[in-house]
Design a protein around this ligand. Structure first.
Ligand code: FE2
Length: 423
């Protein structure tokens, strides 16, 4: 009985056996692998206290954020969200509750350090009680910067890296207007330093409340729907393949994969379909939760290397990479790819693991082709620059959680296939 429970709550990680846990070892040998305990904290200290999901959820933002009359909040957003009238929906609620506010709508796409410093200056000078991040990943990431900047002095550059933020900042509430980044539930804020994407990674910047209103995503144009949706798919898939995954994060990831494969096409062809939008929003948030602890692997590494160099939006660059990196990982983790294939509705019954896993690679590739995801050649990458991009990728992005080491030569091979656009 004990063994069954342990088998259910433990997960294979690496080649270490706790000599005391003989029962664990028995289970390990039964599964032909080794088992370590994992921590529930991956889904608690790295996650918001509360996640609210629902149509018209913005109508209850004041209650859900526990804002009171007399408080003052800073809304961090971008001009597109402002022009779409979404900011006004929030500010109307705040006015009704006698909560005062300032709006910073200067967030840029793929914000640079200078943008982060500007947000920090605004937050430090306003005597705010809380920060609301409203928009796509960039706006929510800059809201994280605004929040932390009030309790952590100096230049924002100092906080780039893992666990460099010393103190929790202002209460932080995030409302996504796209379905992709998952930033509303993550401990990550991305900033562009020079031409390289860097991240502030800290449990101190996890939003206190994530409020997900799928109706806010209905006006997303098809291209943004695809880019953000495939970014979410990349998060889920890479989190499932990470060696630091555990059964809880894998469950979240697989459900996100299932929802995306069932709803992304509908959301792309008919953006007004609220049901598809609802499931895509849910999937993006679940995918965000799934990678919060396990982290991402080399799909994002490659994407975040060539993407900023050629001005390719983040989600699209991840989509361009995803099937190829899945193919690269297939020999190392065929069973996990087989789970993904099953979640995508592929018939894996009776197939050898590797064949079943191959179906996931092909299903993702076909999805990308149908949704007009371009090749490296299509976005203007010069073939002769591939070795240089590969070199930069392996130098900048070490991924110890990756199921397979990525050498410069591996990266060149992958990039060459991405350039042709053929699996
Ligand atoms: Fe991403």
């Amino acid at each position: 009985m004990n063994l069954l429970v342990l088998k259910d709550i433990c997960y294979i990680k690496d080649l270490v056996i706790d000599p005391i846990e003989t029962s664990l070892r028995d289970v390990a040998s039964m599964r032909g692998d080794l088992i370590l305990p994992y921590s529930f904290s991956l889904l608690t200290t790295y996650s918001p206290k509360k996640i609210v999901v629902g149509l018209d959820a913005v109508d209850v933002c004041v209650q859900e954020f526990e804002l009171k009359a007399g408080m003052k909040v800073l809304i961090v957003t971008d001009k597109g969200v402002q022009e779409a009238g979404i900011v006004k929906r929030i500010t109307d609620e705040l006015e009704d509750a006698d909560v005062s506010f300032d709006v910073y709508d200067g967030v840029e796409a793929d914000p640079k350090l200078s943008n982060a410093e500007e947000v920090a200056e605004k937050a430090r000078g306003g005597n705010y009680d809380a920060v609301i991040g409203l928009g796509g990943g960039s706006s929510m990431d800059m809201a994280k910067v605004a929040s932390l900047s009030v309790s952590n002095p100096g230049r924002i550059e100092v906080y780039v890296g893992v666990d460099t933020v010393k103190h929790k900042g202002l209460p932080l509430y995030c409302i996504p207007t796209t379905a992709g980044t998952g930033s509303e539930v993550t401990r990550v804020a991305v900033v562009t330093v020079g031409k390289v994407k860097r991240a502030i990674v800290s449990s101190k910047i996890v939003p206190d409340v994530a409020l997900v209103d799928p109706k806010l995503t209905v006006s997303m144009p098809p291209k943004v729907t695809v880019g953000s949706g495939l970014d979410a798919l990349s998060h889920a898939v890479e989190a499932i393949l990470s060696l630091d995954a555990n059964p809880m994060t894998i469950a979240l990831g697989l459900e996100a994969v299932r929802l995306i494969s069932e709803n992304l096409r509908v959301a792309y062809y008919d953006g007004r379909n609220v049901e598809a939008r609802y499931h895509m929003s849910l999937a993006a948030t679940m995918a965000g939760l799934s990678f919060n602890g396990p982290g991402l692997v080399h799909g994002h590494s490659i994407a975040q290397t060539f993407g900023p160099l050629y001005g390719v939006p983040h989600g699209l660059s991840c989509a361009m990479t995803l099937p190829y990196i899945m193919e690269f990982y297939l020999p190392a983790v065929p069973e996990r790819l087989a789970w993904i294939a099953e979640a995508m509705g592929e018939d894996v019954y009776g197939l050898p693991l590797r064949e079943a896993g191959r179906l996931a690679v092909e299903a993702v590739y076909e999805l990308c082709v149908e949704l007009d995801v371009p090749s490296l050649k299509d976005v203007g990458v010069e073939k002769e620059r591939i070795p240089e991009i590969a070199e930069l990728c392996v130098r900048e992005w070490v991924r110890p959680n990756s199921p397979r080491l990525l050498t410069r030569e591996d990266a060149i091979k992958i990039l060459e296939r991405m350039w042709e656009g053929e699996l």
